[in-house]
Ligand binder design. Structure first.
Ligand code: S3P
Length: 427
């Protein structure tokens, strides 16, 4: 599918965006191994989260669809999952594969996880290794490094795991396996990654404790909860950047998750000169949320790196667009993880933004962008990566003439309705 985008005039709008992808995945997985019925409101009906639903159904869990974004998960308790009679297909979803692997490591049966071309190229040793240390048997292609993964779980020991990468997926896989370990399992990460698993495990009654960069968990049962999923700040980011790069625009995105481990994008947009205002702050299932208003007055370049990176890891493609629209230079460092996402995002965004005439250089672990050019609409590729497709569409807002994004159907992975929300800005 092609997505066509035209330059955007200054506008003043309030938008809503779909539920948070990370929190939607976790609510289904924890609901599946809790006791009782977990209800989920504002579930993200994106392809990745449906992959998680499909997998837990194969494990014997009943999931009732009460509406397009309302689910009930009939939990089977920690030890109630059943051996699936076929392989489980996670599609494009790294979160499904890595977090579910943690749960499956605790099961006394055999399971096989596979997915699409992209996920079968992404590194899996990072979760297979700690799960093996806990006593699970995990096999994979390439000497255990790539999916398909075969997991024969059960009888886990607790470990103290020092992960070399600040990754919520690694941390979560170990913590979920820790629910089945003998003793206290701990994970220490080099910088704080998103902590939705820790927050949700605590809400479900797990004995979990975080001290600085170390989180510890004890085995024990979970109790079903009622979850209201906040809007996804990673989806909101596209419209926040739209508000920031279109001079004179004022955009409000309502009911967005504001977990501090995810709000790096707001810090950077403020540093770049955007006016960011938060109102109507509330809490939902232990997660802060609120309305975000952004006003564009022209941006300036920024330096982005260090412990900020895990707090905006998924926003780097769209931040590259903000940097191209800003005056001056932006340097992004410490972001080599982007090379092993749904696509090689550093290479993909540099290649695509150059089509508009942007001056953007790739470094081993980041990007160097010279902003402030006059950009021309372009024909772009999505690399079958939802965030690259949406970032290219955003660049079309500040380029002269039309922009076309090929392969835009992948946007449904995380943001069903993106094209319609974008189109509403022109009405
Ligand atoms: C996610 C964690 C991040 C992020 C991904 C979702 C999660 O990956 O990029 O989109 O839900 O835990 P890493 O933890 O591997 O950095």
């Amino acid at each position: 599918m092609d997505l066509m985008v035209n330059p955007l005039q200054p506008i003043d709008r309030t938008l809503s965006i779909p539920g948070d992808k990370s929190i939607s995945h976790r609510s289904v997985m924890l609901g599946a191994i809790a006791t009782g019925i977990t209800s989920i409101d504002n579930f993200l009906p994106g392809q990745d989260c449906w992959s998680t639903v499909r997998c837990v159904r194969q494990l014997g869990v009943e999931v009732t669809e009460l509406g397009p974004d309302r689910l009930q998960v009939h939990g089977r308790g920690l030890d109630g999952l059943q051996e699936p009679d076929n392989y489980m297909d996670v599609g494009n979803s790294g979160t499904t594969m890595r977090l579910l692997a943690g749960v499956l490591a605790g099961q006394d049966f055999l399971s096989v996880l596979t997915g699409d071309d992209s996920i079968r190229k992404r590194p899996m040793a990072r979760i297979a290794e700690p799960l093996r240390q806990m006593g699970a048997r995990v096999w994979g292609r390439g000497n255990g490094r790539f999916a398909p993964l075969i997991i024969r779980g059960g009888h886990l020991q607790a470990i103290n795991y020092l992960t070399p990468v600040a990754s919520a997926q690694i941390k979560s896989a170990v913590l979920l396996a820790g629910l089945y370990g003998q003793g206290v399992t701990s994970v220490t990460e080099p910088a704080l990654s998103r902590d939705h698993t820790e927050k949700m495990l605590a809400a479900f009654g797990a004995k979990i404790n975080t001290d600085g960069l170390t989180t510890s968990i004890q085995p024990g049962p979970l109790t079903a909860q009622q979850i209201m999923v906040p809007g996804d700040i990673s989806s909101a980011a596209f419209f926040l950047v739209a508000g920031a790069i279109v001079p004179g625009a004022c955009l409000t995105v309502a009911r967005v998750g504001l977990n501090p481990t995810r709000t790096g994008i707001l810090d950077v947009l403020r540093e770049m000169g955007a006016e960011v205002i938060i109102t109507n702050q509330t809490q939902s299932s232990g997660e802060p949320m609120g309305d975000i208003t952004i006003k564009g007055h022209g941006l300036r370049g920024a330096n982005i790196g260090g412990s900020l990176i895990p707090r905006l890891i998924d926003e780097i493609p769209v931040l590259a667009v903000a940097a191209a629209a800003a005056e001056g230079a932006t340097v992004i460092r410490d972001a080599s993880e982007l090379r092993v996402k749904e696509s090689n995002r550093l290479q993909a965004i540099a290649t695509e933004l150059r089509r508009f005439g942007a001056h953007i250089g790739e470094t081993e672990d980041g990007l160097a962008i010279k902003g402030g050019g006059n950009y021309k609409g372009a024909v772009c590729e999505s690399y079958n990566d939802h965030r690259i497709a949406m970032a290219c569409a955003l660049m079309g807002l500040v380029a002269s003439g039309p922009t076309i994004v090929h392969g835009a159907e992948c946007i449904d992975i995380s943001f069903p309705g993106f094209a319609e929300t974008l189109a509403s800005l022109y009405e």
